[in-house]
Design a protein around this ligand. Structure first.
Ligand SMILES: NC(=O)c1ccc[n+]([C@@H]2O[C@H](COP(=O)([O-])OP(=O)(O)OC[C@H]3O[C@@H](n4cnc5c(N)ncnc54)[C@H](O)[C@@H]3O)[C@@H](O)[C@H]2O)c1
Length: 288
């Protein structure tokens, strides 16, 4: 039986680990070849380790194990030239481009982060997404699908806007709000060309970004050095469904739907995969 994205090619940023790797493997399982990029290095204002080359190699191994081809490049989404070159090489090797998953992100949280943390978060999470779409755009045609990763944090009041989360937390929130707006407005522009643009907005998702010391301190500001076991209840309190976090595969299933032709008339959607987090936060969008 043909896969749900059979013989399509997907360009995925932040693909070395976490959600990006999960998206690469899930799309490959459904028949797509993959162009995978990641920074594979740290960013100074972001106080937890980012992925390494070995992580990107592991993504490649898993995609090939699923029976599909993959081209990997170590690229910073802030660098437009190398990003465009990676896409061009990928298209030359794999033959086409149908799907863009602009997923790379950082969360430089903490009161000890310098103001440059705001700029770094915006540069990676928002400008990096725009760079990704720009790099892909010349290769996209009718039926193409762009999926940008936002965050439930960008759709809620407070949260990452909280001053105790520092300049990087504010930059994170700003960048994710920007994603929602960018997706909405770009979707309208690209609709006449049958190119779709949608956002996925995850709540807490069980990746290295969530399971990090700066994130633990945001959820347990009362403790000097909170550990994984200290945050479980605080993580859980965010969602209306009583889970501490969702899995990367939950986000990948949403990405797969948006990437496939099953959603061919779905564009401009802000798809929350948040176990009801935003329902629990605010009643502002509730039906009367
Ligand atoms: N984990 C969560 O709780 C959560 C919640 C909502 C939204 N998100 C978003 O999901 C996306 C994926 O994050 P994740 O949870 O998989 O975390 P992660 O840290 O495991 O993965 C992020 C990946 O992006 C890469 N990356 C960072 N900066 C980059 C750059 N400048 N250029 C290229 N690659 C870069 C990292 O090396 C890493 O592999 C991010 O956009 C994040 O903001 C995460």
């Amino acid at each position: 039986m043909a896969g749900r994205v059979e013989n399509k090619v997907a360009f995925i940023t932040g693909a070395a680990r976490g959600q990006g790797r999960s998206h690469a493997v899930r799309l490959a399982q459904e028949g797509a070849d993959i162009i995978a990029v990641d920074l594979c290095a740290d960013i100074e204002s972001n106080h937890y380790a980012l992925a390494r080359e070995s992580d990107l190699a592991e993504t490649a191994r898993l995609v090939e194990k699923a029976g599909r081809r993959i081209l990997t490049r170590t690229v910073d989404v802030r660098d437009r030239g190398p990003l465009a070159a990676a896409v061009e090489e990928g298209v030359a090797e794999l033959g086409r481009l149908d799907i863009v998953v602009a997923n790379a992100g950082i969360a430089p949280l903490g009161g000890d982060v310098e103001p440059v943390g705001f700029l770094d978060a915006v540069a990676v999470n928002l400008v990096g997404v725009i760079n990704t779409v720009e790099a892909a755009y010349p290769h996209l045609g009718t039926g193409a699908s762009i999926v940008c990763t936002g965050s439930a944090a960008g759709l809620m009041h407070g949260g990452a806007d909280n001053p105790q989360n520092g300049p990087g937390g504010s930059g994170y929130s700003h960048s994710k709000r920007g994603i929602a707006r960018f997706v909405h407005d770009l979707a309208l522009q690209l609709a006449p060309r049958f190119i779709r643009v949608n956002a996925v907005h995850p709540t807490n998702c069980d990746t290295d970004m969530l399971q990090s010391a700066p994130m633990y301190r945001v959820f347990r500001p009362d403790l000097a050095d909170p550990r994984r076991e200290d945050v479980e209840e605080a993580f859980r309190s965010l969602q209306a469904m009583p889970v501490p976090f969702v899995e990367p595969s939950d986000i990948s299933n949403a990405v797969l739907f948006l990437a496939s032709d099953e959603s061919r008339y779905v564009t401009g959607l802000q798809l929350k995969v948040d176990a009801g987090a935003l329902l629990a936060m605010s009643t502002s969008g509730a039906p009367a």
